[in-house]
Ligand binder design. Structure first.
Ligand code: MN
Length: 367
């Protein structure tokens, strides 16, 4: 059996007896951080650890910043190694998982070249598939935070204009890396790419469910709207950036004349392989290293105007596709076949766990 990396990711667990609180996952168990903190752990890191971890969301801990995150992680690694964490372990099948954070804002980027190329060739013209400005800035749009849901939540087929009215007939998934913002920035205070890393709390797997027929009809002139806002699923465990240092790989071939706010010494993506299963059958394998823009550059571009980010804000990387057949991160790139009612899509990556969703029939629309 393949050895899974142990990244000590953070999540929210819920049990009947103790409600919702913060835990880390290790060796097939959830380690209850609220219980550890109540017994006096994490006092040395400075800050209200008991309050952060007794909360039903990670936002308080996310806001505490990288010095605190490193301190907590260091203490956890020691406690796991020394066996002191063992009495706080709960079997994963005894807990329900909740959304890791209260997501105030969600922004979805479009940062994988091979995805942008294949979609541009289909929606427009193979000769103008990727327009010149795509290499100058990380393209994105403001998504919808209210419909971000945790893995396992039912996906109800949306109704809309396609251009006739009815349930989408081109329901798709998108394999994306989700990026949770930790410490935010104040309104009017941009963050340069080379300073942005300290604002990244961690990463999840993200499925940006999409209705392609709605998208084609509505996206000109202002971009995606109802085709994207009905559901976005995330995996329940947030892998901290600190745990992924060894997975960093340099992004090749960026424009040498990027504006200074986007420059960083070594723009990076993460070498993390992923798999997509449709009704249990493996249909795609890819790698999140296939990004042209780094998470730091996304933060820099998002904040360059002075726009503020808050703890728990979520970015999607955009669909991550590779050059090879079989590494397309969605069904649009292969012209379907699109999802039918009753189908299940599961995206997984070693050490991250999975994000899953099952498609349910459309509801009837009043009017
Ligand atoms: Mn997307």
């Amino acid at each position: 059996m393949r050895e899974e990396p142990e990244y000590l990711p953070y999540g929210i667990i819920h049990t009947e007896a103790d409600g919702a609180r913060v835990a880390v996952r290790h060796a097939g168990t959830a380690i209850d951080l609220a219980a550890m903190a109540a017994d006096g752990a994490f006092r040395a890191v400075g800050g209200p650890a008991a309050a952060w971890f007794a909360a039903p969301r990670l936002n308080g801990f996310m806001e505490a910043g990288p010095d605190v995150w490193r301190g907590v992680r260091g203490e956890l690694l020691d406690a796991v190694e020394g066996g002191r964490a063992d009495r706080y372990r709960i079997a994963l099948d005894r807990v329900e998982q909740r959304l890791p954070a209260r997501v105030g804002d969600y922004t979805d980027f479009y940062a994988s070249y091979h995805h942008a190329y294949r979609v541009g060739a289909r929606f427009r013209d193979p000769d103008k598939a990727v327009l010149p400005h795509w290499f100058k800035l990380p393209v994105g749009y403001h998504g919808r935070a209210s419909s971000v849901v945790v893995s396992g939540t039912d996906i109800v087929r949306p109704n809309g204009q396609r251009p006739s009215f009815g349930p989408t007939t081109e329901l798709d998934f998108e394999v994306e890396l989700g990026i949770f913002i930790g410490k935010g920035n104040p309104l009017t205070k941009p963050v340069a790419a080379k300073h942005a890393e300290s604002h990244i709390f961690g990463f999840v797997l993200l499925n940006d469910w999409s209705a392609r027929d709605f998208q084609r009809w509505e996206y000109v002139p202002l971009g995606p709207f109802t085709s994207k806002h009905f559901a976005t699923s995330v995996s329940p465990w947030v892998v901290p950036l600190e745990a992924l240092k060894a997975r960093k790989v340099e992004i090749p071939e960026q424009d040498p004349d990027l504006f200074p706010y986007l420059r960083e010494p070594s723009p990076w993506a993460l070498d993390i392989p992923y798999e997509v299963r449709r009704n249990g059958a493996l249909i795609r394998t890819g790698n999140f290293r296939n990004l042209h823009w780094s998470p730091s550059q996304m933060i820099a571009h998002h904040t360059v105007t002075g726009c503020n980010l808050n703890p728990g804000d979520l970015f999607g990387s955009g669909t991550v596709s590779g050059p090879e057949p079989g590494s397309e991160g969605c069904l649009l790139e292969t012209d379907g076949p699109y999802l039918e009612d009753g189908e299940t899509v599961v995206i997984s990556a070693p050490g991250f766990g999975e994000v899953s969703g099952r498609v349910f029939p459309a509801v009837s629309v009043p009017g």
